[in-house]
Write a new protein. Structure first.
Length: 307
């Protein structure tokens, strides 16, 4: 099989798994009494432990590199903080809205990166980037209002957390770059995932909680860990070795699409035409911004955090 097609297929499957993970998370949060921290702690402990173990097996000489200097360790802690931020805001958004809305609002990451470039790097935007920003704002407006100014279609908490997920996702792109260059993406991300699980577990003693571990809850959580985290992460990382990051980024737009389809089929989600148009506008801006431009660093977002 052509490497390009294989990579695109792997990235697309990873995105579908992430979207399905959001729907599984919505089921646990809204039907089974789980809270967002429950979906982060166990999942990240298991996934982080597995990936650190793999790094130890495959890259033994460099696996402890993040701990060999105070500077790199601080950078690792910052990386961990960005993952906690993206995870928490994403699942809180699902809790107060739904997985489809969370997926679309999280997809605004390139727009936040673009904003940071303007504010902190004083870079001038092209006409394409300005139009994409305007289209994304209109898209968010349509999703939030459902085409009517009489009432909000999404709770204020859901909106704030959804946009916060995009913002923290942008920080996840920008802040760890130095560490990743020093120790490699696999090593940095594996330790950050594990430290995320450890940090969240310190505040969320899941073993003391009376969670509703029904058969449906067990299957949903197993899907989140196995497919929505471990398989999706591996597929996307492997795809990134075969195809350019901008192409992989475009494949990620299937995340909210799959979350929407599964929400309609299994979770009673209804979508009106204005919400659909809003979602299409936002995802279209992601695709357009992923096309190489004078700012090739604009789309470096890779879903190493598995959200």
């Amino acid at each position: 099989m052509n490497k390009q097609l294989l990579g695109m297929g792997m990235a697309a499957l990873a995105a579908i798994f992430w979207g399905a993970m959001g729907s599984a998370g919505q089921y646990l949060l809204q039907k089974c009494g789980f809270v967002p921290l429950d979906l982060i702690s166990i999942r990240m402990l298991l996934a982080g432990s597995l990936f650190v173990g793999l790094e130890l097996f495959l890259n033994k000489s460099k696996v402890f590199a993040p701990f060999r200097s105070g500077s790199s360790f601080v950078q690792l802690l910052i990386y961990t903080a960005t993952i906690i931020g993206t995870q928490l805001t994403y699942f809180v958004c699902i809790q107060y809205s739904n997985a489809a809305v969370a997926g679309v609002l999280t997809a605004t990451v390139p727009l936040w990166v673009m904003l940071f470039m303007v504010v902190f790097q004083h870079q001038r935007l092209s006409l394409k980037e300005i139009l994409c920003g305007a289209a994304a704002v209109i898209g968010v407006f349509l999703i939030v209002t459902g085409g009517s100014l009489k009432s909000l279609n999404v709770s204020m908490m859901g909106l704030i957390m959804g946009l916060g997920s995009g913002l923290t996702g942008a920080l996840y792109v920008i802040l760890p770059q130095k560490l990743i260059k020093q120790v490699g993406s696999g090593t940095a991300t594996s330790w950050a995932l594990l430290l995320t699980g450890v940090a969240v577990t310190l505040f969320n003693h899941f073993w003391n909680e009376s969670l509703n571990w029904s058969l449906g809850a067990v299957l949903a959580y197993a899907f989140i860990v196995i497919f929505g985290t471990i398989a999706a992460f591996w597929l996307f990382q492997a795809a990134a070795e075969l195809i350019p990051s901008d192409v992989a980024g475009m494949m990620e737009t299937l995340d909210p699409v799959s979350a929407t389809v599964l929400g309609v089929l299994f979770l009673g989600l209804t979508v009106n035409i204005w919400e659909l148009i809003g979602g299409v506008l936002i995802l279209a801006t992601v695709v357009v911004l992923a096309i190489p431009s004078k700012h090739p660093s604009l789309y470096k977002y890779k879903r190493g955090n598995g959200s």
